[in-house]
Ligand binder design. Structure first.
Ligand code: EPU
Length: 597
């Protein structure tokens, strides 16, 4: 069983956006044994891995500097449980449209509303495909997967898949871990369609004067889709670019509908939340047909961004960012992409680079505190890390509100906390806007969690004041963990006598408030492209690296580039500090961006 790894594979025909991109490495597998073998190969272990289905929900932003794996597991079979129930089992590589056609020919009801959705059967449960009143999660019996961490095959029930609106375990903790091999659908042995709640399907029943057949519903759905959505064979697109936002009902009533009383909404399973059609918001923000280069907000369905010809991923992303900003300023709602944006790049924004008192210090008239250079204005330390469409905040400084406003941070996926000192957690209450769509995830040490429960008791009590922030506290060990497919490796460092956490993401690491680091923790920092590390001042401090100590660490770890942060005013002016640092070491400043892989 020889696995062939292709190099520099052209992905243009493998994504329905028709965006030009290449993968450093590419391989396919048609049996689980092959995937098992791949998962032990150096190509797999030494690279970032992306699992490609039909490429109908993906935007490659530049070449992919890793391994792309594509399933070739085929086959569609029916197993009759009894006269009423039939299980339909499809290999991950089967086209979803072929699965629907098979079910219709065999007279099996349950997926007719999901006709004509591009993509593969394997990708269908990942994003819980849904349309015209149905979602695949409602008919999933089981999903057979390969776990690339334990190297075992496992079968998840629908409940274990934790389906939500365009969401599942495969987009969260299972992302990059569980690879779908086969899906098993529980269908009804019947030619009659059942789910006719969607308006136009109700009308079809009225028009026919009887219950439509599954074939009639599939035909109607295909016609509606064709009238609204561009055919990816002719116009590059990935279906809905954004998800329909789910917001708290009080926000809808108190804010949105006062801005514009006509905004439609749909009820959700949770009585406290409603879903707003993003296409409506985009159209009513005046963005129908808005374009940059060949990327366009598709006029017939504004939820789609179309590639009219030669659009680059940059054009698509610029259109998407403009849509997000405009909708946010008009309706106060943040749209989140439904499309999977694949990016090997890591963008770090230094939100704050000052020590606990910030610069200027209150009441100080030294040359640094009175400097007019914006780089000498330092708020308390924190950073924003953006990679693969995921936005992570490191620490929530007391200056977080201004940092978020200055850097236009309107959405965050989670926050990572280094330790519980006030200058790193004092802005927690200002995370409120990020809790509008549910509990905001925080990743932190158990001792920090216990302390924050005490300090922020009003956020955790059973009967709390409406509108207080709500957090999902995830305790971390000193071992790697995943957030939406991004692998985070904690590194324990000593802040004086207190153990705290630094974080490594790819070849980037962020360490603050360290004074010493044990040898085995230092090993986790080998081979870095970028290290951000604290260097308080020249004079010794019991709990912080001095500039000289930080430079010693940099000399030892040899990252390609290093950036110093967490400065106090005694460090001098930014411009003087910049001059005296070695060639590959730079002082951070607030608002600085660092791009790496
Ligand atoms: N609308 C507008 N302007 C637009 C688009 C929509 O005013 O440009 C309004 C419509 O008039 C309607 C409402 O928004 O009142 C909803 O529109 P539609 O029924 O077309 O559905 P959607 O919410 O925009 C979702 C799915 C589609 C699915 C349709 C039909 C998401 C992200 N998208 O779109 O799925 O086909 O419902 O059920 O939930 C996909 O995921 O790629 C996809 C195409």
């Amino acid at each position: 069983m020889e696995i062939k790894f292709e190099q520099n594979k052209d992905l243009t025909s493998l994504n329905t956006f028709h965006i030009k991109a290449k993968a450093k490495l590419f391989a396919t597998y048609s049996r689980v044994e092959e995937l098992h073998k791949i998962s032990f190969s150096p190509e797999f272990m030494e690279n970032e891995v992306f699992y490609l289905g039909g490429g109908s929900n993906v935007l490659f932003n530049g070449d992919f500097d890793g391994l792309v794996l594509k399933s070739e597991i085929k086959g569609i079979k029916r197993y009759d449980k009894d006269s009423e129930t039939v299980f339909l089992i499809a290999g991950a590589a089967e086209l979803w449209t072929d699965v629907v056609d098979f079910a219709i020919k065999e007279g099996l009801a349950g997926i007719e509303n999901l006709a004509a959705i591009p993509g593969t059967a394997g990708a269908a449960p990942v994003q819980n495909i849904g349309a015209y009143g149905s979602e695949i999660g409602e008919v999933i019996h089981k999903v057979e997967c390969f776990d690339v961490i334990s190297h075992n095959t496992l079968t998840l029930t629908a409940e274990q898949c934790r389906f939500g609106y365009r969401d599942s375990i495969f987009k969260n903790e299972g992302k990059g871990r569980y690879v779908v091999l086969r899906v098993s659908l529980k269908l009804k042995n019947s030619n009659l369609a059942e789910n006719l709640n969607y308006g136009p399907l109700k009308k079809l029943k009225e028009k026919l004067g009887r219950t439509p057949t599954i074939s009639e519903v599939a035909k109607e759905v295909t016609e509606i889709r064709n009238s609204k959505l561009p055919d990816p064979a002719k116009i590059g697109n990935a279906g809905s670019f954004f998800k329909n936002p789910v917001v708290r009902i009080y926000f809808y009533k108190e804010v949105m509908s006062t801005l514009c009383p006509d905004i439609p909404y749909y009820e959700t399973e949770d009585p406290y939340y409603v879903k707003i059609p993003a296409g409506w918001l985009i159209e009513h923000a005046g963005l129908k047909g808005f374009s940059i280069g060949d990327a366009e907000v598709y006029p017939q369905q504004c939820l789609v961004i179309a590639n009219k010809g030669e659009a680059s991923s940059g054009d698509v992303i610029e259109v998407a960012s403009h849509v997000v900003k405009t909708v946010l300023s008009k309706f106060g709602v943040v749209l989140r992409p439904e499309v999977n944006i694949i990016d090997s790049e890591i963008k770090v924004t230094i939100l704050g680079s000052g020590t606990s008192k910030g610069i200027p210090e209150i009441g100080c008239h030294c040359p640094v505190c009175t400097s007019t250079d914006p780089k000498d204005k330092r708020t308390r330390c924190s950073a924003l890390v953006e990679t693969r469409g995921v936005r992570l905040l490191i620490d929530v400084s007391p200056d977080f509100r201004m940092q978020a406003l200055n850097n236009e941070i309107s959405y965050l996926d989670a926050a990572l906390i280094t330790h519980n000192h006030y200058d790193h957690v004092g802005g927690f209450d200002d995370l409120r806007p990020f809790c509008a769509n549910g509990k905001f995830p925080i990743y932190l040490r158990p001792d920090v969690n216990a302390d924050l429960h005490r300090r922020l008791d009003y956020c955790f009590s059973d009967t709390h004041y409406p509108g207080v922030p709500s957090f999902e506290m995830n305790e971390i060990e000193n071992a790697p963990f995943m957030i939406k497919g991004v692998r985070i490796s904690p590194v324990t460092v000593m802040h004086g006598k207190v153990p705290i956490v630094g974080f490594r993401i790819g070849n980037f690491a962020y360490i603050t408030d360290a004074k010493t680091i044990e040898e085995e923790e230092k090993e986790k920092l080998a081979g870095l492209d970028v290290l951000v590390v604290n260097g308080l001042r020249d004079k010794d401090h019991f709990a912080h690296f001095t500039i000289a100590e930080a430079l010693e660490l940099i000399e030892e770890l040899k990252p390609k580039r290093a950036y110093l942060t967490h400065f106090c005013h005694e460090v001098g002016k930014h411009c003087d500090l910049e001059r005296r640092l070695p060639e590959n070491v730079f002082p951070c400043y607030d608002g600085m961006t660092i791009i790496t892989k």
